[in-house]
Ligand binder design. Structure first.
Ligand SMILES: Nc1ncnc2c1ncn2[C@@H]1O[C@H](COP(=O)(O)OP(=O)(O)OP(=O)(O)O)[C@@H](O)[C@H]1O
Ligand SMILES: O=P(O)(O)OC[C@H]1O[C@H](OP(=O)(O)OP(=O)(O)O)[C@H](O)[C@@H]1O
Length: 218
């Protein structure tokens, strides 16, 4: 049995075409079913639904053999025990610093004042500001980061941006782009040895779909 960990929503939706190319079709709709283990058309493959941030943990400890996780999530997790063979180039966005439109971020940085930054991505944020020599106080949040500058909880946020419409709707502006984000295939290192052939087949098919759909790697 091969167990694949996915999160509901964009990662699930964007992984489906890759699975289809590998001859794997999930036979239940996660938006309609309450099941956390979804069967597929193949007796030897199943999908487990977990929170996006839990995908690396499931794969690390062998709760799943494979998974799909965003680079944001993998950097925060640390990647221990995970083989990361492939950038799937799905769920693309960027990680950015944003502030209220009336906050002068450039001046705050120039003056060397401490900037209060709210984020779910404390590891990446800490590294980013350390590299720039900006003094920050980090405030860990688990969601709705956009609210932090609006309520006075923080001066800035580090969050994911795609179309920019969430920032715009909350009168925030992007002042720095930290990195491009996409999702990767992650594999349990022991499973790769014990179930080498079926896992290798999945990696190979995914790789050929990814390189044919976008020949210009990021
Ligand atoms: N607006 C977006 N556009 C494109 N990709 C995104 C966007 N937001 C997040 N992502 C990517 O998709 C992944 C999954 O996001 P999703 O919204 O499903 O989970 P989440 O709500 O961030 O996680 P959790 O449920 O664990 O809090 C993220 O880790 C990120 O890599
Ligand atoms: O620049 P945008 O296109 O507005 O996307 C950015 C938003 O997407 C993510 O949240 P979430 O996963 O909740 O967004 P969703 O509404 O796309 O699901 C992220 O945390 C931002 O809030």
């Amino acid at each position: 049995m091969i167990t694949l960990a996915l999160s509901k929503g964009r990662i699930f939706e964007e992984t489906l075409p890759l699975l289809k190319a590998a001859g794997i079709e999930v036979t239940e709709d996660p938006e309609k079913s309450r099941k956390l283990i979804l069967p597929t058309n193949r007796d030897d493959v199943r999908v487990v639904l977990v929170r996006a941030t839990d995908v690396p943990t499931y794969v690390q400890y062998g709760g799943a053999d494979l998974g799909v996780a965003g680079k944001d999530v993998l950097l925060e997790h640390g990647g221990q025990g995970l083989y990361q063979p492939l950038d799937l180039r799905i769920a693309k966005c960027r990680m950015s610093v944003a502030v209220r439109a009336d906050f002068d971020y450039g001046a705050a940085v120039k003056q060397g004042s401490r900037v209060r930054v709210a984020t779910k991505y404390t590891t990446v944020a800490r590294q980013h500001f350390a590299d720039k020599g900006v003094h920050v106080d980090l405030i860990k949040l688990y969601g709705s980061m956009e609210l932090a500058p609006l309520t006075g909880l923080a001066d800035a946020i580090v969050d994911l941006v795609s179309t920019g419409s969430t920032l715009k709707a909350n009168h925030l502006v992007e002042v720095e782009q930290i990195m491009e984000i996409s999702s990767r295939l992650v594999v349990n290192q022991a499973a790769l040895k014990l179930k080498r052939e079926p896992i290798r087949r999945i990696i190979d098919v995914f790789e050929s779909v990814v390189s044919s759909s976008n020949p210009n790697p990021r």
